[in-house]
Ligand binder design. Structure first.
Ligand code: HEC
Ligand code: HEC
Length: 428
């Protein structure tokens, strides 16, 4: 792989130019990427891989925002992102795409709990490519509310013809793009909804294989030390003495102790020591209220069924899927606070109901203590009125591990201080 890189030296000035005109740099990019990781990175940031050449994975998973959505205005409202086609929205908040590669293939564990997969509902199971993040990476290019390309062959065509610093052929071999494309204007066709690139069965099989390799390349980048950086203040407390070892403040230490103790956060946001991911990849319904500004929530009777909806769609019996109705995957808490400045707003939870870490921690503490708000209150309105709205899904709400924690305001604040130590790229 090293010789390949040398052969591509002439591309370096070009690459430098591209970087200057604004290719976003990942937070804390210090380690050199392998060729396949570099390819995956180019694909991740390539806006041409969308129907209107205006959206990449990073449009909804920006490193400077902890690999989630980069617009305060959106996050403070509906928190769902518009796709490449105007006015087409998903109905969930983008979770962090970092650390997602660590999720196991979706399965049922010995205790009968569903575990793993990618997406809030686990439906990118990892069964196809052996890795949930790779299965996941095949979704957005073709999802009509995301990058919205009409055919996977359009993605393959554009990746094969892209001028990336490390090309698809560099990584997957000279034959990897050896597809006899029909003699039509494929670019034009790929900008039209419903278009299918006319390929022979043999070329279609090659294109499908290339599409799998595109996903595997992205997943490799997502698993690289540039994305899963483990470079937060919390991580740096585990360094050996001397080499700029960080130390948590008294307040942050107190927060960590509460996180593991009285706050019970650690029951679901698990992990020990430096490689802690702060999730056990199980699913729970916390009783988070409907986000009144989510465009999907405006539709009458819309509720997000989460894991239950996925299980129903793949044919599990009602007794199984109803027990999982409204449950969502426990997200990592790494980079929960990471954003370009404290004036920027992030959103939390599958529907982005919460806009502050203070708000969500207060909810864990007081969900079952406060009266129910008499309507669809936003987080700010609910905090003002000292109430919480009804849960979005009333089935299966977890009442054992949250809802009435008895934390004082100082204890809540300490937990928030601890969460803020989980942002990558920490500089002492
Ligand atoms: C229009 C915004 C948008 C774009 C573009 C987009 N995503 Fe996402 N991403 C989301 C949303 C929303 C979810 C959650 C969807 C769900 O759970 O149903 C998500 C989920 C994910 C997850 C799952 C994380 C986890 O922990 O389960 C990963 C990984 C991810 N995206 C990577 C990508 C990659 C790679 C691309 C480009 C090929 C991409 N995304 C393009 C919005 C977007
Ligand atoms: C019973 C399991 C469980 C416990 C206990 C728990 N969480 Fe969570 N946490 C979850 C799940 C599941 C979600 C996603 C729920 C959803 O979106 O519907 C979540 C979401 C979050 C989020 C939003 C992250 C994001 O990216 O949107 C934060 C922050 C958070 N939890 C912090 C905490 C803290 C702090 C505690 C302790 C006070 C805690 N959690 C206790 C399961 C749990």
């Amino acid at each position: 792989m090293k010789t390949e890189r040398r052969a591509k030296l002439w591309l370096v000035p070009l690459f430098a130019l591209v970087m200057c005109v604004g290719l976003p740099m990942a937070a804390g990019a210090q380690e050199e990427l392998t060729d396949i990781e570099q390819l995956g990175k180019s694909i991740f940031f390539d806006e041409n891989l969308s129907i209107n050449n205006n959206q990449s994975c990073a449009s909804c998973h920006d490193p400077a925002w902890g690999w989630t959505g980069p617009h305060s205005s959106i996050n403070s409202g509906g928190a769902v992102y518009e796709g490449s086609i105007k006015d087409q929205f998903g109905d969930r908040k983008p979770p962090s795409s970092a650390y997602a590669t660590q999720s196991p293939v979706f399965h049922m564990d010995k205790k009968g709990l569903f575990v793993g997969g990618n997406f809030w509902d686990g439906r990118a199971t990892g069964e196809k490519l052996g890795n949930p993040a790779a299965d996941q990476a095949q979704g957005p290019f073709l999802n009509p509310v995301e990058q919205a390309l009409p055919d996977s062959a359009c993605v393959v065509y554009r990746v094969c013809n892209a001028s990336y610093p490390v090309s698809f052929k560099d990584v997957w071999g000279n034959n990897a793009c050896d597809i006899s494309w029909p003699d039509i204007d494929i670019e034009k066709g790929c900008a039209i909804k419903g278009f299918i690139v006319p390929l022979s069965p043999e070329d279609m099989a090659k294109s499908d294989m290339a599409y799998d390799r595109i996903a595997l390349s992205i997943a490799d980048y997502e698993a690289s030390p540039e994305v899963n950086a483990f470079s937060s203040k919390f991580d740096q407390t585990f360094k050996k003495m001397g080499s700029n070892k960080a130390k948590l403040t008294k307040e942050e230490q107190r927060g960590y102790a509460l996180f593991r103790g009285k706050g019970m956060c650690h029951r679901c946001h698990t992990g020990n020591g430096q490689k802690a991911l702060f999730t056990d990849y199980t699913f729970d319904n916390l009783g988070i209220p409907q986000n009144p500004d989510n465009p999907a929530g405006v539709a009458p009777d819309f509720v997000d069924p989460g894991l239950g909806g996925f299980l129903e769609s793949v044919g599990y019996p009602e007794s199984v899927y109803m027990a999982e109705w409204g449950k969502h995957k426990v997200p990592t808490l790494r980079n929960a606070d990471l954003r370009p400045s404290v004036f920027e707003v992030k959103a939390y939870g599958h529907n982005g109901y919460f806009k502050t870490l203070e708000g969500i921690v207060h909810f864990y503490n007081t969900r079952d203590v406060k009266p129910q708000c008499p309507g669809d209150y936003t987080e700010a309105e609910a905090l003002d009125a000292d109430c919480w709205p009804a849960p979005e899904v009333s089935e299966n709400v977890n009442v054992d591990e949250l809802g009435d924690l008895g934390l004082t305001p100082e204890e809540e604040a300490a937990i928030v201080s601890f969460l803020k130590t989980l942002s990558d790229g920490y500089k002492p």
